[in-house]
Design a protein around this ligand. Structure first.
Ligand code: FPP
Length: 243
């Protein structure tokens, strides 16, 4: 097996664009929703695996603000999946000391989905281990727009001076502020062979390391995760400076 070290170089914040559920299903002659169902099983697998490796925050791109463009039946299914996921898996998340967090906007999300999400957040709020952060109804540009609005309001109210606007203030106004001190991503993984960001955590990915996987998300497993960590451990992060 791999020699992933649980020491210093384990990335603190790993984010995954879980792509390829539809293709996984198509390759098997199944409905796209079957791919999403298997994708949910992969979430369960990888959440525990990442927690066991010592990752502090695992962010998963579960539903983007652009995903509303999909057929209504698929959107409906994707809105129901969190309900089932949390219903079935919250007890084992708690047993593994994993805390659930959600990042995104409520607009258009059915109340039953919101209820399940908030229940999971509440039931795991005492957990002190890894944060399992779902980007749900999330868009990177939208997040920045919302941050700018709050700052503009504060400037207009005389609460914030323009000269006080800096990277730290913007970071604090993003949805990801809940993840502080780990809001910046260390390792960004995308499955299914696609190599793009798709409006995912644009600010927080500024200095992340990218790792692209050919396999579709439902086939993602601990071995692939370990390979990504090993690759990360071999890199020299310079953050624009020199080693
Ligand atoms: C991308 O594959 C995947 C999604 C848009 C949805 C991912 C959602 C889950 C895995 C389940 C979410 C569950 C919880 C608990 C929040 P795709 O459909 O774009 O695949 P394709 O590119 O092959 O068509």
């Amino acid at each position: 097996m791999s020699a992933v070290s649980n020491q210093l170089t384990v990335p603190k914040h790993v984010a995954i664009i879980m792509d390829g559920n539809g293709r996984w299903a198509k390759e098997r002659g199944l409905k796209r929703t079957e791919g999403h169902r298997e994708g949910m099983e992969a979430i369960r697998r990888i959440a525990h695996h990442a927690a066991d490796k010592g990752v502090k925050v695992l962010t998963l791109y579960a539903f983007s603000t652009e995903n509303w463009k999909r057929p209504p039946q698929e959107v409906h299914y994707l809105m129901k999946l969190p309900v089932e996921f949390f219903d079935r898996f919250v007890p084992e998340l708690i047993a593994n000391n994993i805390r659930v967090n959600m990042m995104g906007i409520k607009d258009k999300v059915p109340s039953s989905t919101l209820k399940a999400i908030h229940k999971a957040i509440d039931e795991t709020k005492h957990c002190t281990g890894m944060v399992l952060n779902f980007a749900f109804n999330y868009g990177g540009r939208l997040e920045i727009v919302e941050a700018i609005k709050t700052i503009a309001q504060d400037v207009s109210d005389g609460q914030v001076a323009i000269r006080a606007i800096d990277e730290e203030l913007i970071t604090q106004r993003l949805f990801s502020n809940d993840l502080a001190p780990y809001s910046d991503i260390d390792l960004m993984i995308r499955s299914s062979g696609e190599q793009r960001l798709s409006n995912f955590m644009l600010w927080q990915n500024a200095y992340s390391e990218f790792y692209f996987v050919e396999k579709n998300w439902p086939d993602f497993d601990g071995k692939i995760f370990d390979e990504a960590i090993l690759s990360y451990q071999k890199r020299h992060r310079r953050f624009g400076g020199l080693v």
